[in-house]
Ligand binder design. Structure first.
Ligand code: NDP
Length: 394
């Protein structure tokens, strides 16, 4: 009977709790802990079997250590925010427990995400015989596994990778973000960056776009080049890669609102003085925006996230597209969350399943593409995120 401690009771944490509860043969006992315990209790009340809940401040290592020592989990799943990655990793090292997350560390005072802080834990995790699995969401996460699967089964060398993320859903609000607004807006307003012939090329935020014709009736949509964290590890781990890019669709409505918010300073991440009080505009904006967890019942439509890969197999050029389609309403019917949280929470559960069942078990700090993709790909089909693949001309 394995025990798991899930930290974070937001949109994604809710899905992770549902999916772990659906699989008692792997996740024998579950504790959901977060800053606000009432949110954990509200999620627990939705589940088909009882789980424990707790309050924890995940910025505080001694508090985390005390909770982990009292519950004694086999795995800690960090579904809080990127700011908590290092404190939770520290607590795991101190208590001797494996670690998993869905997003790489980001300092609170700088909109800059990078793996260097977490990769620096490699030796300490190895020496302790512990495993840390980084980025077990959809992107990063499934996109890394898709790439590893392509490399293993369909290519001798991968030359070009385009990760294309489309949310064709509509929540009916003039402006809302599908996951934590602060993290989302920091990511979208950052400079774009892609990998070309051995170096990073920087672009102005959302200045490059392309049209892509999505499957499953979604049709053509405009996609914008962005920097995304999985590119950093994938360019190191894919053999022969010459170019790697990440694209995301945004509606004109979303982009217009974002431009105005940026122009008036509402997306700033530094402190400003307001009526004798210090506030951080982007945090205030988060308070005003709809809670991503509340979008579930309103969001209709589909998401399509996949990898378009070009390379060589047996001396011949090949183009391969592997993707998942997820329906917002179906996700909501199953776990009371929209598809963005669903497509993140399901892979987090599967990553945990890989670790707890010993399919993926290797001391050290690992990105998803460094593991055998096959058992993970099989579980995607069984647990709500079936994938499809196609070979394209050209
Ligand atoms: P939410 O903001 O909805 O939830 C975050 C949760 O973490 C909240 O319950 C919050 O508590 C809790 N939390 C924040 N700070 C602390 C703290 N110091 N101690 C304890 N708990 C804390 O975010 P999401 O659920 O949308 O996102 C969760 C994670 O998933 C993020 O890291 C995000 O970047 C990642 N993500 C990854 C994706 C992928 O594909 N890889 C895609 C989408 C998201 P409170 O309720 O009190 O605020």
């Amino acid at each position: 009977m394995k025990k798991v401690l899930i930290i974070g009771a937001g949109g994604v944490g809710q899905v992770v709790a549902h999916k772990c509860a659906q699989n008692p043969e792997v996740f024998g006992e579950i504790m959901l802990a977060s800053r606000t315990e009432s949110k954990c209790k509200a999620i627990a009340a939705q589940l088909s079997r009882p789980i424990q809940t707790a309050q924890v401040d995940a910025d505080n290592v001694p508090e985390l250590v005390a909770l982990i020592n009292s519950y004694k989990p086999d795995l800690v799943m960090n579904i809080a925010l990127p700011y908590q990655d290092l404190t939770i990793m520290d607590a795991c090292l101190e208590t001797g427990v494996d670690y998993l997350d869905t997003a790489n560390y980001e300092p609170l005072d700088e909109a800059k995400f990078e793996y260097k802080w977490q990769w620096a834990y490699q030796e300490r995790f190895k020496q302790r015989g512990l495993m840390a699995l980084l980025g077990s969401g959809f992107d990063p996460g499934v996109t890394n596994v898709f790439s590893a699967y392509a490399q293993k089964h369909h290519f001798d060398e991968i030359h070009q990778l385009d990760i294309i993320d489309c949310n064709a859903g509509d929540h009916g609000y003039p402006f809302a973000t599908n996951f934590n607004p602060e993290i989302n807006i920091r990511e979208v307003t950052a400079k774009g960056r892609y990998w070309e012939r051995g170096e990073w090329v920087e672009t102005d935020p959302l200045s490059w776009s392309m049209n892509f014709d999505f499957p499953a009736g979604i049709g053509p949509k405009k996609c914008f080049l962005m920097y995304h964290e999985e590119l950093e590890s994938l360019v190191q781990n894919l053999k022969g890669i010459k170019r790697a890019r990440f694209w995301m669709t945004f509606s004109d409505n979303y982009l217009n609102h974002l431009k105005v918010l940026e122009n008036v300073g509402m997306t700033r991440i530094d402190e400003v003085e307001h009526n004798g009080q210090k506030i951080v505009p982007i945090q205030f904006l988060k308070t005003l925006l709809p809670d991503p967890a509340s979008l579930g019942p309103r969001t209709k439509g589909k998401t399509c996230i996949g990898c378009l890969i070009k390379g060589v197999k047996d001396g011949k050029p090949r183009t391969y597209y592997v993707y998942n389609i997820c329906d917002h309403q179906e996700a909501y019917r199953e776990v009371q969350s929209q598809a963005i949280s669903y497509t993140t929470g399901v892979p987090a559960m599967i990553g945990g399943m890989m670790m707890l069942t010993g399919k993926w078990k290797q001391p050290g700090v690992w990105n998803m593409e460094q593991m055998d993709p096959d058992p993970f790909m099989e579980k995607l089909n069984l647990h709500g995120l079936p994938w499809q693949e196609t070979f394209l001309e050209g």
